[in-house]
Ligand binder design. Structure first.
Ligand SMILES: Cc1cc2nc3c(=O)[nH]c(=O)nc-3n(C[C@H](O)[C@H](O)[C@H](O)COP(=O)(O)OP(=O)(O)OC[C@H]3O[C@@H](n4cnc5c(N)ncnc54)[C@H](O)[C@@H]3O)c2cc1C
Length: 477
């Protein structure tokens, strides 16, 4: 049985040992990043009907991701992303979402970082050189495409047996439309060329505003007041005047902003519950990490925006298009990268070696933290400092397909307040696709805890979180 702690306990807690462990643990014997199944009976009796299909993720347990995306950890600075992106001896070039100054943690940030790294290689290399790219995610494939188009001899070395990395679209006959196990949204739509690229590739997207329906554990629909955002804004404003960065949790506590009434209103929801809602549904989800770990100076307090779009036609088209005609060495884990003025040498997990003139490294920050890949000589202090300081958060998903909707709301975005459910945010695909499919999101400590449980328990936690959305029982005549 999944036990859930009232969120407010986290506010006064210290850094969770679980999250520290998850960031530093060694690679276990290859757990699968996601699993699919036809669900067995759940261990807990939920009133929510059993889905016909489910699919879940465990990004923190994935040895080639070790988390979902980078976030501003307390004490880290945006300059460290810049430091991480700097070439070393004009032999090593770095890309990946964590190196993006403007859009970290996103597809477009990763894509732009790959294009930036390709330009840097182009400026340092001579025509026809052999360039190795480590990682076939969107950063690596964008770099590889640009370099090959510029006339370089490119090889992409990828640990998995598939391309895309954290972009992982399942186009399966069992599902009525492609489901995304990684990113689903074009964040900051219109601000980069990603939108045009998706249009060029014919990938369907739809506007996704922030119209949200929020329910109490009793199923009451309640308007979201400003209490939570205001408390967080007050805490962050307080933090600005402090001599050093502190966590958002510390800022909330020490500024007094978290001292809110615990008395339930008629709805059964207190002001403290609304602060917890802001933390769970916005801050935790945005960073994939608890407010104990997030920087009060550099955090982003906006989850999604009116200019977000949801991808319905398969994000993976982006990577299959970029990979066309590129030499790919898949199922090849790079374990050692030696570099000198002469060139680079990659050692693979199977003992083979690969030489190149230069290399673009797009290994995720979470993997760099585990030190499973050795750099020889070690990276400069600025790179190592950035790898240690920047945070990696966890956001996991569950996709549920039902025979028919058990809910009676047309709202595409759902949140819950005042309860202990692990999945605080749901996307209702009915208004977007006409199909009775839900996508649930779980983040931070809840995600790390649930990454350890089996599929039945994971499903049980998801169904329990959905109880507020059960349609009211028909009134007997
Ligand atoms: C659940 C989830 C939801 C998300 N939601 C959104 C969203 O809605 N919108 C958005 O814009 N972004 C979202 N993101 C973030 C987005 O997916 C990433 O920022 C982006 O895909 C990262 O691309 P990348 O190329 O930097 O890294 P990756 O895609 O991780 O690519 C790195 C590659 O390196 C490979 N690799 C790792 N180690 C080795 C090794 N030793 N040797 C060889 N290869 C190796 C990996 O297998 C991987 O293929 C989400 C991510 C997750 C997990």
């Amino acid at each position: 049985m999944v036990t859930a702690m009232k969120r407010r306990t986290f506010l006064i807690g210290s850094v969770s040992g679980l999250s520290v462990l998850a960031l530093t643990a060694c690679v276990p014997p290859s757990p699968t990043p996601s699993s699919t199944l036809t669900p067995k009976p759940s261990p807990t009796a939920s009133l929510v009907p059993k889905p016909a299909m489910m699919r879940r993720t465990s990004w923190s347990a994935d040895p080639f991701a070790r988390g979902s995306f980078s976030f501003p950890a307390v004490g880290a600075t945006p300059e460290q992303r810049d430091a991480l992106s700097k070439p070393v001896q004009d032999r090593l070039f770095f890309a990946g979402e964590a190196t993006s100054p403007d859009f970290p943690g996103t597809v477009q940030g990763a894509r732009e970082s790959g294009l930036r790294a390709a330009r840097e290689v182009g400026a340092a290399a001579t025509a026809g050189e052999r360039i190795a790219v480590i990682g076939a995610g969107i950063a690596g494939l964008s770099a590889a495409r640009a370099l090959q188009d510029a006339g370089f001899d490119v090889v992409v070395v990828e640990a998995r047996d598939r391309i895309g990395g954290r972009i992982n679209t399942v186009s399966d006959k069992k599902w009525p439309f492609p489901i995304e196990l990684g990113p689903s949204f074009v964040r900051h739509s219109g601000q980069t060329s990603l939108d045009e690229e998706l249009i060029r590739l014919g990938v369907a997207t739809a506007p996704f505003g922030r119209t949200v329906e929020t329910r109490t554990p009793a199923g009451l629909v309640v308007p979201v007041p400003d209490i939570g955002p205001q408390a967080v804004a007050a805490a962050l404003a307080w933090a600005v005047d402090q001599p050093a960065d502190v966590s958002i949790a510390r800022a909330l506590a020490d500024s007094g902003a978290s001292k809110l009434s615990t008395t339930d209103a008629d709805t059964g929801i207190s002001d403290t519950d609304w602060l917890d809602h802001e933390i769970a549904a916005v801050l935790d989800l945005n960073a994939g990490a608890s407010v104990d770990l997030q920087s009060a100076w550099y955090t982003s307090t906006v989850l999604g925006a009116d200019d977000d779009r949801i991808v319905l036609g398969g994000f993976s088209t982006l990577v299959t298009d970029a990979a066309a005609g590129i030499d790919l060495l898949d199922s090849s884990v790079v374990t050692r990268l030696a570099y000198s003025d002469e060139g680079v040498s990659l050692r693979l997990g199977n003992g083979e070696s690969l030489g190149a003139d230069r290399v673009v490294v797009t290994i995720p920050l979470g993997v760099l933290k585990t030190k499973v890949m050795e750099f020889a000589p070690p990276l400069p202090f600025a790179h190592r400092g950035a790898i240690a300081a920047l945070g990696v958060g966890t956001l996991d998903k569950i996709w549920l397909q039902f025979d028919q909707p058990f809910w009676d709301t047309e709202a595409p975005l759902w949140t819950t307040v005042g309860g202990d459910g692990d999945f605080k945010v749901w996307i209702n695909m009915v208004p977007l696709t006409g199909e009775p499919v839900l996508m649930g999101l779980v983040a931070a400590e809840s995600a790390l805890r649930l990454a350890e449980v089996d599929d039945d328990e994971f499903l049980a936690a998801a169904l329990a979180s959905l109880e507020p959305f059960l349609a009211p029982a028909p009134t007997p005549k």
